[in-house]
Design a protein around this ligand. Structure first.
Ligand code: FAD
Ligand code: NDP
Length: 482
């Protein structure tokens, strides 16, 4: 039997699925799509021996790629396919109702921040309303959820369904050991860390919905959110919310070089800080691609481990800041090759073989060269997941949401941004979690002010009514101590 909605834990164990593999493996998956999802098989649970036996662990950020165990890959994909099918609402799919929300579905908004009553107040009463919605499922989203649910604001968190090709739980679900998140002296598996954050969010009453938000309206108050497959002009929103926390993260850019797929995480990484200390890089020649601050920083970081670090810069100059560039060029273990691009990653032929060489080309002379290289680190930028918001919220030239420095305030009052979606510099789990906390506290304050404003308006109305009726009411003060 296929259940109407897959259980969260099954969704949560989708982190090893490569979306690009999904369709090609449809055939494998089809015979299994009728699994009863109530069985709740922990396919990729870090503690699942099947998972750990068949997962190739090399990098701390290794994608948890299964060796081709037919049962497991079929089973996993079957769940993915089932889930993907189920995400399209069929005739029996009900609109999500927020069981926690006691607020009226479309209460009128009153705030000093340019309210627009046209939307939610006219909405069908079946549209669930929440005081605060969170979009995202990484450390930023869950930290915000923990704070908001502990503050009894009953947040609704849309964790996504393979949103931007990443499973619910975010970037850390593509990682094995996380060794720099405080509180885990022996390290913790990325998926396990995210599972624990999720459990903590739920413990205090966060309603987690495994759907991707495909459209938002930040001009209306309350904000309106539509989920994937129900985001047409005539579709009712999945939720309305007085405040919104955007924590949709970012993805590291890849170059699509020949050999990249084969040696990805078998020598190639997009996070030197995460993977640089892995033994395969010790005292080996390493290459960094990029000319920005990240490339400079990562190259210098890698000099601690590699025998030598070569930086490939496609132009004749570095984009990095003067200080960083100076430091990079002065480092005796670093060689910067300008006007140079990577052409092909080469390496061992065997399954799971490691990269050993990199073919490069001088773009001025077209001369090619083959470098010894046991590691290749991309530092060519990230793409923040801001497609949804770009036209409604101020973003920088790279698409990152602009926040007021030191806060989570965006250009839209009531919308707060946290995590990698607004941080192009640090991009760490702990900094994301920290900014999730800030966003929650600021959203809480915003909601309190909103409520205060509503009470004030309500009292004003009462006073006016009383005046008309010739009654005497005590003066209203928002702060009783005044
Ligand atoms: P993300 O983790 O990016 O999660 C956001 C998630 O929100 C998305 O993945 C998706 O599931 C969901 N989402 C997106 N759009 C929507 C939508 N429209 N609707 C619903 N849901 C949506 N950091 C460390 O500190 N230590 C490490 O060891 C480390 N290792 C790493 C290894 C790898 C391979 C990678 C890629 C990153 C690593 N990082 C590490 C960085 C760390 O993972 C990120 O900084 C952190 O996860 C960012 O958190 P976030 O909350 O901003 O969002
Ligand atoms: P950037 O966008 O600044 O730099 C990306 C680099 O990658 C550029 O040199 C770019 O080349 C190169 N690049 C892009 N695409 C390709 C490609 N296809 N092939 C080869 N090279 C390519 O990203 P960063 O991640 O470096 O920095 C992001 C932001 O974070 C910046 O504002 C930066 O200042 C900040 N930051 C600051 C740090 C610090 O101060 N310590 C540390 C890290 C980041 P080109 O220049 O030719 O476009």
């Amino acid at each position: 039997m296929i259940a109407n909605r897959p259980t969260a834990s099954i969704f949560y164990n989708l982190h090893s699925i490569h979306t690009e593999n999904l369709l090609s493996s449809l055939f494998l998956a089809l015979p299994l799509v009728t699994y009863d999802q109530d069985i709740n098989i922990p396919l990729y649970h870090p503690k699942n021996p099947l998972a750990s036996n068949t997962t190739f662990k090399l990098f701390s950020s290794t994608f948890r790629r299964p060796l081709l165990t037919p049962l497991r890959s079929s089973l996993t994909l079957s769940v993915a396919v089932t889930s993907a099918f189920q995400q399209k609402p069929g005739p029996t799919t009900a609109v999500h109702k927020n069981p926690f929300s006691s607020a009226a579905p479309s209460r009128p908004f009153s705030s000093s921040h340019a309210p627009n009553f046209s939307s939610a107040s006219k909405m069908s009463p079946s549209v669930p309303h929440t005081k605060v919605a969170i979009i995202g499922s990484g450390p930023a989203a869950h930290t915000a959820a923990i704070y908001l649910s502990r503050a009894e604001l009953q947040p609704v968190l849309y964790e996504g369904m393979l949103a931007n090709g990443t499973a619910a739980g975010g970037q850390l679900t593509t990682t094995t050991d996380v060794e720099n998140y405080p509180g885990f002296p022996k390290g913790i598996g990325g998926p396990e860390l995210m599972e624990q954050m999720r459990a903590q969010s739920e413990r205090f009453g966060t309603q987690i919905i495994t759907e991707t938000i495909a459209r938002v309206d930040l001009k209306s108050k309350p904000f309106r959110l539509w989920r994937e497959y129900e985001d047409g002009e005539s579709d009712a929103p999945a939720h309305t919310a007085d405040a919104l926390i955007i924590a949709t993260g970012a993805n590291a850019r890849r170059l699509g070089l020949p050999g990249e797929e084969k040696y990805w995480q078998n020598g190639i990484s997009a996070c030197a800080v995460c993977d640089g200390a892995v033994p395969i890089f010790r005292k080996k020649p390493l290459v960094v691609i990029g000319g920005g601050d990240s490339a400079a920083e990562e190259a210098m970081f890698l000099t601690k481990y590699g025998s030598k670090v070569i930086v490939l810069v496609r132009k004749d100059k570095l984009r990095a800041s003067k200080t960083m560039a100076k430091r990079l060029l002065a480092n005796p273990k670093v060689e910067v090759k300008f006007n140079t691009v990577a052409v092909e990653v080469q390496g061992e032929d065997k399954p799971r073989g490691l990269m050993t060489h990199l073919k490069i080309k001088n773009v001025n002379t077209n001369e090619e060269e083959i470098l010894d290289a046991n590691g290749l680190f991309y530092a060519v930028g990230h793409d923040p997941a801001t497609g949804l918001f770009k036209t409604q919220i101020d973003c920088d030239e790279d698409g990152y949401i602009l926040t007021k420095p030191g806060t989570s305030y965006t250009s839209v009052p009531g919308a707060f941004a946290a995590g990698d979606v607004q941080d192009k510099r640090y991009r760490q789990a702990v900094t994301s979690a920290g900014s999730g906390c800030i966003a929650a506290l600021e959203a809480e304050k915003y909601l309190a002010e909103l409520e205060d404003e509503e009470t004030r308006l309500e009292k004003d109305k009462e006073v006016k009514k009383a005046e008309i009726n010739g009654e005497n009411l005590p003066e209203y003060r928002s702060n009783p101590l005044l």
